[in-house]
Write a protein that binds this ligand. Structure first.
Ligand code: SF4
Ligand code: SF4
Length: 78
């Protein structure tokens, strides 16, 4: 039944942010942009996304000045 609300499965939850640690300059911009607090800077070296906390909104990817965050399809989500 369609109730007019968005469900977790039918939109951004299909996506997951992934930072390329070889390009990341650990500036922390993505961390500040993330509304879920899903990103941390691993040992001050590169951004790391906590998959369980990411809702796939893409704000981090838009904010990253180095363009190293890619939005990937989440596996196992239809
Ligand atoms: S896609 Fe959204 S929720 Fe996921 S890490 Fe980026 S800003 Fe945070
Ligand atoms: S904004 Fe980009 S370069 Fe900066 S820490 Fe995040 S992923 Fe790395």
């Amino acid at each position: 039944m369609f109730c007019g609300t968005r469900t977790r499965k039918d939109d951004t939850m299909k996506k997951l942010a992934a930072a390329d640690k070889n390009i990341c300059v650990a500036c922390g911009v993505c961390m500040k942009a993330c509304p879920r607090g899903a990103i941390s800077i691993f040992k001050g070296c590169y951004a790391q996304v906590e998959e369980a906390m990411c809702v796939g909104c893409g704000l981090c990817a838009k904010a990253c000045p180095a363009g190293c965050i890619e939005m990937k399809e989440r596996s196992g989500v239809q």
